[in-house]
Design a protein around this ligand. Sequence first.
Ligand SMILES: *Cc1c(COP(=O)(O)O)cnc(C)c1O
Length: 360
Amino acid sequence: MSREKIFFTPGPSELYPKFEEFLKDFVDNQFGSISHRSAAFKKICQHTDEQLRELLAIPAENAVMFTGSASEIWERILMNCTELETFHLVNGSFSKKFYSYAQSIGRHAHKFEKPMGEGFSYSEIKVPEYAELISTTQNETSTGVQMPEADIHKLKKNNPKKIVSVDMVSSAPIPDIDLSLVDTAYFSIQKSFGLPAGLGVWIANEYCLERAEAINKKGSIGSHHTLPELWAQSRAFQTPSTPNVMAIYLLGRVAEDMNRRGRATLQKEVDQKAKKLYSYFEKKDGFSLGVAKPEHRSRTVAVINTERASSEVIAALKEKNLIIGAGYGPNKESQIRIANFIANTPEQIDTLLNAFEELF
Ligand SMILES: *Cc1c(COP(=O)(O)O)cnc(C)c1O
């Protein structure tokens, strides 16, 4: 099967190069019809669990759990790990949405907000005393701003009693987040894992589970996908309800392939492509970089300011079957977003930059 278009959209995104091969194996094995209580399913689930643990260096203590999406995990974290107060580092649309989830389920939600395109300096973060959760977004997909891993680790070190959560939706497995130093992290698979949407992956430590059990004794942690239930089922390579078996299977195969290539190799390749993208648009007339500070510039989602309307740029590239993203929310017409995920090969990035040279 050949692909006519190349997607540089930051989610849903270009599919992993071997996606068709893995999908064919799924179909040929008739995994779409097996019971999710069967030994065959447990084997699939165990394989995905093991490959993710290797890829992301997930501590044995932590659980790896499957949900419908990353935004579902926002609500799970709020309901299972907090009772009253939360604190959110907001610098774009996704981090703001998590904050608004906290407000709408009645938490006293605090935020420290930065204008679009800016990141956080560690020294200016003041964590409210009674916040139970510190929500960080390692890669804010709407603005192309990343948070340095060391700052996230430091937040936990200096606030040991608070739950530190890390949104890695559009960057995992690239950043070096040490999952033994934070409490919970999560992603969905339609961004940097190069798969169709429909699965969230929730990694949590025992401290999160303890919190959920304590809150459950006096109040409510909800009914769907509670942490204690997801946790217990995941230990047996099972899920509370019928899961997206296809996505779990494909994720296991993609993670296995990423492990074969080696995370260090993937990181190096992503960084080389990012460098190429940013140095091109830094010099290109009519374009400039959306994120001023190099340390806050995303490795996986390049956000670029455009002098002409972004819709014009997007349409011209589309004629050549190159699909890039518009700016997000208020920046829709003034920015473009280019995914630099693992599935976007160095050759594809070259093809895209050659097209920019030709067109603009
Ligand atoms: C896409 C995205 C989400 C939401 O993921 P869904 O799978 O759509 O729920 C959350 N955070 C970030 C940073 C994202 O890019």
